[in-house]
Design a protein around this ligand. Sequence first.
Ligand SMILES: NC(=O)c1ccc[n+]([C@@H]2O[C@H](COP(=O)([O-])OP(=O)(O)OC[C@H]3O[C@@H](n4cnc5c(N)ncnc54)[C@H](OP(=O)(O)O)[C@@H]3O)[C@@H](O)[C@H]2O)c1
Length: 334
Amino acid sequence: MAVPTTMRAIELAGIGGPEALRLTNRLVPAPKSGEVLIRVEATGVNRVDIIQRTGAYTPPYGVTDIPGVEIAGTIAALGPDVADHRVGDRVCALVIGGGYAEYCAVPAPQVLPLPGGYDMVRAAAIPETLFTVWTNMFDHGRFATGETILIHGGASGIGTTAIAMAHEFGARAVFVTAGSAEKCAACDRLGVTRSINYRLEDFVRIVREQTKGRGVDVILDMVAGNYVPRNLSCLAPDGRLVLLGLMSGTREIEINASQIMMNRLSVTGSSLRGQSIAQKTRIAQALENQVWPKLAAGRMAPVIDTVLPLERASDAHRRLEGGHHVGKVVLTLV
Ligand SMILES: NC(=O)c1ccc[n+]([C@@H]2O[C@H](COP(=O)([O-])OP(=O)(O)OC[C@H]3O[C@@H](n4cnc5c(N)ncnc54)[C@H](OP(=O)(O)O)[C@@H]3O)[C@@H](O)[C@H]2O)c1
């Protein structure tokens, strides 16, 4: 496969609104040792891209300034010391940046085959949410079959993936919060036990009522702020609160220590992007073994809200920031 020297990419012309995303030409990256070069055909849009664009998040040192953390495409070249992949393989990958471009270099262990029957759009919609939900739900949340779970932001990219994962891994009950009747209805269609419109209802009261006062075993929380003490009030004994986002914008919180002690609660969380390649490799292997067969069998699938061409990256960000989407927004490059 002939690889050109330059490529189309979206760059950030400074910190700002969606208009700061600008189509440009960049040099095609050369894959380093242990990396593959992927000719990108689709790339997922994530909240972290917006956080980066607005200046609230700086990519790790040495990482490209081109946004985009998940891609699907075809392997165009191999760097030195890559054994498990071939030029021409159709793949998807979790990347640390650079997804909004025609070519992207990725550590080989973060590259996964396209799940059976998947096209590039659907494949580009899965790496970021699956890696995130897997590690937070199982590694940190220690979720087990037969347990109950509360997922905040149920209609988000992360939330819709977490709902599917909870169902497929044997949740006894799945509760979600969302900010509108339409989003709650979308979560209901995904089969949740009870969606909670947090603008109209108190999630603590509903969860406690629904669980006969016991609370849930695991909470995935992308909101933080004043949700944290309220989460502690609807966790079951030995429950785990997993923090994975800061949608409230509030980092500092006050909590009741005795509540944690009396109910033996765990408060944990994680951020995926800065984790080592070894940690991401371990998650990738778990996903390929345990989730890829479910995707291929159609037992779970990404919820896709909007698909736009790369040059409309600004509109893709507007869609996500508008807050009316359900599931994922994806950009296409071919
Ligand atoms: N820890 C990690 O490694 C990791 C990895 C990926 C993503 N994340 C985080 O996960 C979250 C979701 O990411 P995404 O890409 O799926 O984004 P997304 O689809 O844009 O979803 C964001 C969701 O947050 C909800 N929300 C916004 N403001 C809120 C508020 N003040 N209170 C309650 N809910 C609010 C919105 O739902 P409503 O309209 O229903 O409120 C929306 O569905 C983000 O915080 C992101 O940073 C973390």
